[in-house]
Design a protein. Structure first.
Length: 268
């Protein structure tokens, strides 16, 4: 058994404990959102797991939920005072090493390492639940949305990637900085002059250009996930087809991807 296989085997021993810890975090988020009338819903692989498996996809190691961008801002203000001890709201404001415009609720007594993580920056690396911000998208052809969103996310990714001092990094700063300004200005102009019946991740986090008709998302429904009911998009079937196509087809073993490299469900 090689080193990679050893890591995989080690993390698999912690997978179910990781899932149950993520489920407990989700329940804390749900309680806060219900108290303060903050709308959220299961998203991505978590919603897929609920619809296809009644809970976690057996090999999945994360939970994804979505909120309207303005609701997420409210949640960021309220949650730190109401989360139980041992949970931490991670965002660019509370953890400056974080660059993405999203929120994670992290467990402080665990370790969850992904491919993009490093041990140079001192940020919290515990098991988490992802919260993705949604906002209205302009009613323009899908190909335009995909091109603009891909250009925005790629530019943001390169600009936030660690750089060494070089002529290349200097050129990248101006090239991708200029592209980002141009794409964002185009996006905002189109949002002003067109209707906005589409709804999706904010453009800086929507590299695939996937959008949903707002009526597919709202008003929210409920779906069973593991041992409880949680908010879901109004039409979860169409929502998932927008993302995955035939989501009920279980992928072959070689396409069952994990997000983590190492999971330790309890540190002490």
């Amino acid at each position: 058994m090689n080193y990679k296989e050893h890591l995989y085997t080690f993390s698999q021993q912690h997978l179910r404990a990781c899932q149950l810890k993520q489920l407990s975090i989700l329940k804390e988020i749900d309680a806060i959102c219900r108290r303060h009338n903050i709308k959220y819903w299961l998203d991505g692989g978590t919603l897929l797991g609920a619809m296809r498996h009644g809970g976690f996809i057996p090999w999945d190691d994360d939970i994804d939920i979505a909120m309207d961008y303005q609701d997420m801002k409210r949640f960021e203000q309220i949650a730190p005072q109401e989360l139980p001890e041992g949970l931490f709201l991670q965002s660019p404001k509370t953890d400056p090493s974080i660059k993405e415009q999203m929120v994670k609720i992290r467990d402080l007594n665990s370790l969850y390492i992904e491919k993009g993580d490093n041990f140079v920056d001192d940020y919290v690396k515990g098991i988490f639940v992802d919260i993705f911000p949604f906002e209205a998208h302009p009613d323009i052809p899908k190909s335009w949305i995909k091109r603009l969103a891909k250009g925005i996310t790629k530019s943001v990714s390169i600009l936030h990637h660690p750089h060494t001092y070089s002529l290349r990094s200097f050129a990248e700063f101006f090239w991708f900085g200029g592209k980002l300004l141009l794409f964002l200005a185009t996006w905002r102009l189109l949002a002003l002059v067109t209707k906005s019946s589409r709804y999706a991740n904010i453009p800086t986090m929507n590299g695939y250009g996937i959008t949903h008709d707002r009526t597919t998302v709202l008003p929210l429904s409920e779906v069973k996930f593991e041992d409880a009911l949680f908010p879901a998009p109004h039409d979860p079937d169409q929502y998932l087809r927008n993302i995955y196509g035939n989501y009920m087809e279980v992928p072959p073993v070689e396409k069952r991807h994990f997000h983590s490299v190492v999971i330790i469900s309890e540190l002490v």
